[in-house]
Design a protein around this ligand. Structure first.
Ligand SMILES: [Zn+2]
Length: 138
C-alpha cells in the first residue's frame, strides 16, 4: 500500500520549488512590459501556494483520522475480548446480561440484537433480521 502521508513532504517541497521557479522566471522577464505575462505568473504562484496550504491541511486531517482509526480499532478489540458471547439456546448470551441475542446479526455485523420470544413456545425472533431461533429451553 502506498503511504500517501509519507509522500506529502515531497509534494510540499515540489510545490515550493515550483513557486521559487516562478519567482526566477519573473526576475528573468522582469524588464519586459508584458503585464499580462507578469499577472499570469503571479496567479500561478498564488495557485501553487494555495495548493501547498491545502496539502498541508490534508496531511493534518489524515494524521488525525489515522489516530482515530487506531483508537477505534483498539476499542473494538477490547470490546470484543471483554464481551465474548457464549452460544446457548441457539442464541448468544453475554456475561452480566440475561438477554438472548441474534447470532446472525452479531456474527455478520457485530450488532447485539435481542431476540424476542414469539407466540409459539420455544421460538425467538430477531427484530432486525427476522431470523427465528428455536430454543430447546423457554
Ligand atoms: Zn438478527
Amino acid at each position: 500500500m502506498i503511504d500517501f502521508i509519507a509522500n506529502i513532504p515531497n509534494i510540499l517541497v515540489s510545490a515550493q520549488k515550483s513557486v521559487d521557479l516562478i519567482s526566477s522566471i519573473k526576475n528573468l522577464i522582469g524588464t519586459t512590459d508584458n503585464i499580462e505575462l507578469q499577472n499570469q505568473l503571479a496567479d500561478l504562484a498564488n495557485l501553487l501556494i494555495d495548493q501547498k496550504t491545502n496539502v498541508a491541511e490534508m496531511k493534518e486531517q489524515l494524521l488525525q483520522k489515522n489516530n482515530e482509526i487506531t483508537s477505534l480499532k483498539k476499542e473494538i478489540d477490547c470490546l470484543l475480548k471483554k464481551d465474548e458471547p457464549e452460544f446457548k439456546f441457539n442464541a448468544y448470551v453475554f456475561k452480566n446480561d440475561t438477554g438472548r441475542y441474534c447470532t446472525r446479526c452479531y456474527d455478520a455485523d457485530y450488532k447485539k440484537i435481542r431476540v424476542i420470544r414469539t407466540e409459539k413456545a420455544c421460538i425467538y425472533r430477531c427484530q432486525n433480521c427476522k431470523n427465528e431461533h428455536h430454543s430447546m429451553l423457554s
